[in-house]
Design a protein. Structure first.
Length: 359
């Protein structure tokens, strides 16, 4: 749905849920179909007297000149009112400068309140089109940020970093079509997991951003599908001992492209020791249809994750038993995703620690 269509829908349906909008624009705004959904219209000085007709004004009713801040508005009869004007000049530039000066004065005179967000106005921040992991970490934390945070996205009306617990979460799922950023998302997560714990195993059967990060960090990585259960357990045993000694419940296992792991000897080895692992899994949406990929199913158990560029609302249903909102469907800018947690979706931007975000 195009932005204009979404905007008109808000204008049309918003009043039913108590939403009121204040919009400013030139005469083209009211000439557009958007104007038909605007109940109250106020006209500041316009270039032509005939342009005031949209508020029901007849040219001969208007004064020859108007002071700054004078508005005309429609009703049973043409009415006029005076808007408050800040001192220091009535031009738009002068008014903006004075308004900014006053905001700065308030911030300086009450820095503690400004930092704490006291009496902040309701706002909706713009979701960035690109954000690095370092930048994401500078954003304010959500109130319920976990003790061992792994930043997976930024989002929210008041732009914040969104994190999950890197030690206690049993599973985290990343799903999307090929080249939507699944592997890079796992790579960014893995960098953070490696700071929290030394009990990590990576499964990456092809070259990818995840495998590159695992190689860089010196993580144990399975790159072949035919690892026998005995060999797998031999590798896992010392990691399990370290986890137990540190009082950690899980070994973190990060699995890229779960569709490639399905029905392999390695898959059997992992599933035979399933209780040992916290699963961080990336997979194609089709792998979530039915129970035929146990690795993908394991990734769903935490009911937390990211859906990248979904083509159908059913992808959300298959992943988390909750359909995606229509507004979050379709391929958008790289890194844009729907984050699911606690039974609901939020539109977010995924941070990246690499330049490439399309694998």
């Amino acid at each position: 749905m195009a932005f204009k269509e979404r905007f008109v829908k808000i204008l049309r349906e918003g009043p039913a849920v108590g939403l009121r909008m204040i919009i400013s624009g030139d005469r083209g705004l009211v000439a557009d179909k958007i104007g038909s959904f605007i109940a109250a219209k106020y006209a500041l000085p316009l270039a032509s007297r005939e342009d005031y007709s949209f508020v029901g004004a007849i040219a001969r009713q208007l004064p020859n000149s108007s002071p700054p801040g004078r508005v005309f508005f429609d009703g049973p009869h043409l009415r006029e009112a005076q808007l408050a004007v800040l001192p220091g000049g009535a031009s738009g530039e002068q008014q903006a400068m004075e308004f900014s000066r006053r905001l700065q004065h308030v911030a300086r005179s009450s820095p503690a309140a400004a930092r704490a967000g006291a009496r902040r106005p309701l706002r909706v921040d713009v979701l960035p089109a690109f954000v690095t992991l370092d930048d994401a970490r500078t954003f304010r934390a959500e109130l319920d940020e976990p003790d061992n945070p792994v930043t997976v996205a930024v989002g929210g009306d008041d732009l914040s970093r969104i994190a999950v617990d890197g030690r206690s979460l049993p599973a985290f799922l990343v799903t999307g079509e090929r080249r939507t950023g699944r592997s890079t998302t796992l790579a960014t997560i893995t960098r953070q997991l490696a700071v929290l714990t030394d009990t990590i195993i990576v499964v990456s059967l092809t070259e990818s951003p995840l495998r590159s990060v695992a190689r860089e960090l010196g993580l144990i990585t399975f790159t072949e599908p035919d690892v026998e259960p005995a060999r797998f357990l031999e590798v896992v045993r010392p990691i399990r001992s370290r986890a137990a000694a540190a009082g950690r419940r899980y070994i973190s296992i990060v699995i890229d492209d779960a569709e490639q792991v399905r029905n392999t000897v390695l898959s059997s080895a992992i599933l035979q020791n399933e209780d040992l692992f916290a699963f961080w899994v990336a997979t194609h949406p089709e792998e979530l249809i039915g129970p035929h990929n146990p690795i993908a199913t394991a990734g769903r158990q935490g009911r937390t994750g990211l859906v990248l560029s979904a083509r159908s609302a059913a992808v959300g249903g298959n992943a988390f038993n909750t359909s995606l909102p229509v507004s979050m469907l379709g391929r958008s800018i790289p890194g844009r995703a729907a984050f699911f947690a606690e039974g609901e979706y939020r539109e977010v931007q995924i941070p990246t620690s690499a330049l490439q975000i399309n694998t």
